[in-house]
Design a protein around this ligand. Structure first.
Ligand SMILES: [Zn+2]
Length: 71
């Protein structure tokens, strides 16, 4: 039984301007730093929300999974 290719079209490359690429890279960096902070650092005296532990409890399992010190 002959096998026919699913599609013969050539994929077009994604073209993004330098300004747009910088915007996306900056957003990804900011998101990554915020995720790193809230998962790994936000606790106790350095918490941005003071003594409120809602953020800490929400990411607690992720914190232990990634090996950050906790309690
Ligand atoms: Zn813990």
């Amino acid at each position: 039984m002959p096998v026919t290719p699913a599609s013969t079209s050539i994929p077009t490359p994604l073209v993004v301007s330098a300004a747009k690429a910088r915007l996306w890279m900056g957003g990804a960096l900011l998101f990554g730093l915020l995720a790193y902070y809230f998962i790994g650092v936000d606790q106790g005296a350095v918490s941005v929300f003071g003594s409120d532990l809602h953020v800490h409890e929400f990411v607690h399992d992720a914190r232990h999974l990634l090996g950050f010190p906790c309690h």
